[in-house]
Design a protein around this ligand. Structure first.
Ligand code: ADP
Ligand code: MG
Length: 565
């Protein structure tokens, strides 16, 4: 087969341009990305071998190797892991499969300044392409374990890349960066210097569970007659979750998070849990600081990895946490599971079920702690993930009260600061028995609703709920600390009943008086409306439409319709 020259997918090209003209100040991280990919490839191969899916693969000395050649100004990261087939290289390296990419690029175009851009790049995590921050040409040679032929991919990061078959590629993948010319002003960023590589690996990749070796530079090899010096292992390979808290720095935890979470930024919170007894496990979980773009898409990849005694078993392990905590990243290492454990088995395992309940409670209690100890951090968390967490009010009855306690909502009490239900209840007026809310598409839309008039006039606080999930939980939950949650758009709400007993009599009299008109209106609007009645809920608008208590509100109807129900 001859060499093929192919075009990058549009999105891929845009990302490459971004990398080449990168505003990202910390270029060191390209090496972390390449090592992270190599480590993933070794994990995958070991797993295939365990499952007997790759009988011909060589797993005798799985490792990562880094070669620097100062004269040629090249840096190579090599692994003997799973590798890629010819087609896979084209698919995985030439395109960007992630569904959030288009959205990301759109936001990037809108980001006004370099700081905004940098933040967005960090959020996206561009993996393999980050090599182009430091190289003007990248060559990747790979052979899928068990296959006879390899593939070479080359690109200068412009519009095209080339693909060609190679006969003699070793198993696994090597990525060679042709480094950009060194900046004589700034020796600190010379990636052709072994000390620099040592430093970066130690800083970003120390916990990687495979040995990362560096060969001594050939030009610096020992003189004649001496034994050639062997490779040097750069990382300690210690699993962070198995080490005690005081042995590990925050930075080390954060680097692990970045590797697992494919995020370039620090996590918001690190959560450790060690369970001893009949079913032993260690968990190291992270709450990210930012919600990913695809959190609410069907194919969202969760971030909790399952290990069994330090051996990576699977990514995206849905049995470990409920769906409403799908944004949590981390590692769970269980001592007593079979290495062959499957997703199906995990779903039914009694111990896993217990573990999930414990981890869920631990995550929720961590958020609760944040709420009391660090308001700002809690506010960030809720802003980013509150919408997802609220799903738990419907799907996790066991923890419903806890979730209600740590939720916060926009409210008429304050223009920008959300309130907890507890604070709402504390502010309730004398004689007010219910917690009022109104759902809608936007805060402004809700505030302009005629339903709000009477509440505004009487100074009664109303929660302003704008997420689709709000209607579902508010109905399902029903009450908080004995107070009914009531939509101001549903059923009869008699705000004056408490402080004015004569109101009822007055209304009856009026209803009699207007009976003819109301009857006529009900008849005229028969097709759209069940009944026309006098109301005390309006002060300015002449009329408004209300649903019966228990009926779907218009927004909920829309949501169900959107879900195809
Ligand atoms: P991510 O690691 O987040 O998936 P990358 O851009 O880093 O994104 O890599 C894209 C894909 O290319 C990986 O998911 C993997 O399938 C493949 N890949 C990259 N490097 C390697 C490697 N060293 N060995 C095997 N596959 C690799
Ligand atoms: Mg990667």
């Amino acid at each position: 087969m001859p060499t093929e020259t192919l075009e990058f997918q549009v999105e891929a090209r845009q990302l490459l341009q971004l990398m080449i003209h990168s505003v990202y100040s910390n270029k060191d991280v390209f090496l972390r990305e390449l090592v992270s990919n190599a480590s993933d490839a070794l994990d995958k191969l070991r797993l295939e071998k365990l499952r007997d899916d790759a009988p011909d693969a060589d797993v005798s000395d799985l490792h990562i190797e880094i070669d620097v050649d100062g004269d040629a100004r090249t840096l190579t990261v090599r692994d003997n892991g799973i590798g890629m087939s010819y087609d896979e290289v084209g698919q995985l390296i030439g395109t960007i499969a992630n569904s959030g990419t288009a959205k990301f690029l759109e936001e990037l175009r809108e980001a006004k300044d370099a700081a905004g851009e940098e933040g967005l790049i960090g959020q996206f995590g561009v993996g393999f392409y980050s090599g182009f921050m430091v190289a003007d040409e990248v060559t990747l040679v790979t052979r899928r374990a068990g296959e006879g032929h390899g593939t070479r991919w080359t690109s200068r990061g412009e519009d095209t890349y080339t693909l060609e078959p190679v006969d003699d590629a070793p198993q696994g993948t090597s990525v060679t960066l042709h480094l950009k010319p060194a900046d004589p002003e700034n020796q600190l960023h010379d990636y052709a210097a072994p000390w620099k590589i040592r430093e970066i690996i130690k800083r970003y990749s120390d916990f990687i569970t495979w040995p990362i070796r560096m060969m001594p530079e050939s030009s610096a090899a020992a003189g004649e007659g001496d034994e050639a010096p062997g490779p040097e292992t750069l990382n300690s390979m210690k699993a962070l979750w198995a080490r005690s808290r005081d042995e590990v720095s925050d930075d080390e935890y954060h680097e692990l998070y970045k590797h697992i979470g494919h995020d370039w930024r620090d996590p918001l919170e690190t959560i450790r849990l060690q369970a001893e007894g009949t079913f032993e496990y260690q968990a190291l979980l992270f709450l990210p600081a930012h919600a990913p773009h695809d959190l609410f898409t069907r194919d969202f990849r969760r971030g909790v990895q399952l290990y069994v005694k330090r051996v990576f078993i699977m990514d995206d392990c849905e049995a470990l946490l409920p769906p409403y905590l799908r944004f949590v990243k981390g590692v769970v290492d269980a001592a007593d599971l079979s290495l062959n454990v499957s997703r199906e088995i995990l779903q039914q395992d009694r111990h896993i079920e217990m573990m999930r309940r414990r981890l869920t409670k631990k995550v929720l209690s961590t958020v609760k702690d944040m709420m009391t100890k660090d308001q700002d951090r809690y506010a960030t968390f809720w802003r980013e993930f509150g919408t997802a967490v609220k799903e738990g009010l419907v799907t996790d009855p066991e923890n419903r009260d806890t979730v209600l306690d740590l939720a916060s909502f926009a409210s008429t009490h304050h223009d920008t600061e959300p309130t907890t239900l507890k604070a709402y209840v504390e502010r309730m007026k004398d004689g007010q028995d219910d917690i009022y809310y109104l759902t809608g598409e936007s805060r402004q839309g809700i505030e302009n609703s005629p339903h709000m008039e009477a509440f505004r006039d009487r100074g009664i606080e109303v929660l302003l709920l704008t997420d689709a999930v709000d209607e579902v939980w508010a109905d399902a939950v029903g009450e908080y600390e004995g107070k009914t949650l009531r939509s101001v758009a549903k059923g009869q709400i008699d705000l004056d009943a408490k402080d004015d007993d004569s109101a009822d009599g007055e209304r009856e009299k009026q209803t009699e008086e207007y009976a003819g008109l109301l009857g006529w209106m009900t008849e005229q609007l028969d097709e759209d409306i069940k009944e026309v009645r006098l109301s005390s809920r309006l002060t300015v608008s002449p009329a408004c439409v209300v649903s019966d208590a228990g009926e779907l509100t218009p927004a909920l109807e829309n949501m169900y319709r959107a879900m195809g129900q």
